[in-house]
Design a protein around this ligand. Structure first.
Ligand SMILES: *Cc1c(COP(=O)(O)O)cnc(C)c1O
Length: 391
């Protein structure tokens, strides 16, 4: 079974394997007893193995134990979960928030909770796979707009309004804030204006919902507060901010933040929340401590951006194509799948881990680099030097 399918994957260099660390996540990881300089992690602030977070986790385990035992609605949650939700709503400037077990679970649970058969979703063509799956599960009509193309989005929305003047479904505009494979930022200011205009023009108020996936923006953009803050946009009752604890916050799990009513609705209807055992209390404890650290130590984010700038200018000097990257996610576009893989392999042999990303994750293969606050200037220079040699 699946022998032929696997063979086809292997032949086209698309088969992937799992890499197992023998060390904590961090700028240096140990793989097969070798120490490797790591440029693959989304642990942007170097918090995944931070002593203060480990201490918070240990304390929470002493107090609440490890397993959650049940769904949140059946007392699987703790006061830490609530505290985290309060903190997230403060951080994101919303009335309310709810935590999920992962970003994947959040998107696949949230989309069907807020969109149904009568509704229309407008989704950026490069949105994360979990959004795509969430759209499918919702059974709403899903219209894909060209990546970051506000003119196209507007045109598609106008067409839809003209074609269905009698329909009463709502519009849901959904986008990643920072795109996970290209590191570019969605034009949220323009998308926001479009949604606002629609909401004042359409018959029923709040009939256009804006749903943003801030997985890579939280802890990175807007002094850590995320993409809305970056664009100076205040939260609105018609905006839902989803994000994760699994990237810059160095923990695990995810959240949705928005109006009281939306969060109450989600609490009752998002199936990945209702029918799944609660997030581990220690994951909540870690995320809480991470949010504190971000506030107490703004130099973490400062260092992240300065390392990012250093790498991008070195790569530009070499003449690398880094696409539209504006964030610590930096694609280096190197041509065919085979060439991309061979560059990644050669880097690995020189002690640097920078994974090749290939279809179906992306259309154009690339070596995907992520810079973190944990990297030193020497680490950045070593990476740039190694890439220079190979190209
Ligand atoms: C990583 C990611 C997710 C999934 O989050 P997990 O917590 O890893 O399940 C969702 N959306 C985007 C944009 C992501 O990058």
């Amino acid at each position: 079974m699946f022998e032929k399918e696997l063979e086809a994957l292997n032949k086209s260099s698309l088969a992937r394997t799992i890499i197992d660390r023998e060390s904590p996540q961090g700028k240096r990881i140990i793989i097969n007893n070798r120490q490797i300089l790591n440029f693959s992690s989304n642990d942007y602030l170097g918090l995944a193995n931070h002593p203060s977070i480990i201490e918070a986790v240990n304390e929470s385990i002493k107090k609440f134990g490890f397993g959650s035992g049940a769904s949140r609605l059946l007392a699987g949650g703790t006061r830490l979960h609530r505290e985290l939700e309060d903190k997230i709503s403060m951080f994101k400037g919303t009335e309310s928030a709810i935590v999920f077990n992962s970003g994947y679970a959040a998107n696949t649970g949230l989309m069907p909770a807020i969109a149904g058969e009568d509704d229309v979703i407008f989704s950026d063509e490069l949105n994360h796979a979990s959004i795509i799956d969430g759209c499918r599960l919702s059974r709403a009509k899903t219209i894909i707009y060209r990546h970051g193309d506000i003119v196209h989005l507007n045109e598609l929305m106008r067409n839809e309004i003209a074609a269905n003047s009698s329909s009463c479904g709502k519009f849901i505009i959904v986008t990643d804030t920072v795109f996970s494979m290209d590191g570019d930022i969605a034009p949220l200011n323009e998308i926001y204006s479009l949604c606002r205009a629609l909401n004042s023009e359409l018959r029923t108020p709040n009939s256009a919902l804006l749903y943003i996936d801030d997985a890579h923006g939280t802890g990175v953009l807007g002094a850590g507060k995320g993409a809305l803050d970056h664009f100076n946009i205040k939260s609105e009752p018609w905006i839902i901010q989803m994000g994760t604890f699994s990237k810059a916050l160095g923990s695990f799990g995810a959240f949705a933040a928005g109006s009281k009513d939306i969060i109450a609705w989600i609490t009752n209807t998002a199936r990945s929340f209702v029918f799944s055992t609660a997030l581990l209390a220690c994951a909540a404890a870690a995320a809480l401590r991470a949010l504190d650290l971000i506030e107490e130590r703004p130099e973490l984010i400062g260092r992240l951006w300065s390392r990012r700038e250093r790498l991008v200018s070195a790569l530009k000097e070499i003449g690398c194509d880094t696409g539209e990257s504006r964030t610590p996610i930096i694609p280096v576009i190197t041509g065919s799948i085979e060439r991309t893989i061979s560059i990644s392999k050669a880097l690995f042999e020189s002690g640097i881990y920078a994974p090749a990303i290939r279809p179906p994750s992306v259309k154009i293969p690339r070596v995907r680099l992520t810079v973190t606050a944990g990297h030193s200037e020497e680490d950045i220079d070593r990476l740039a030097e190694a890439i220079k040699k190979l190209l």
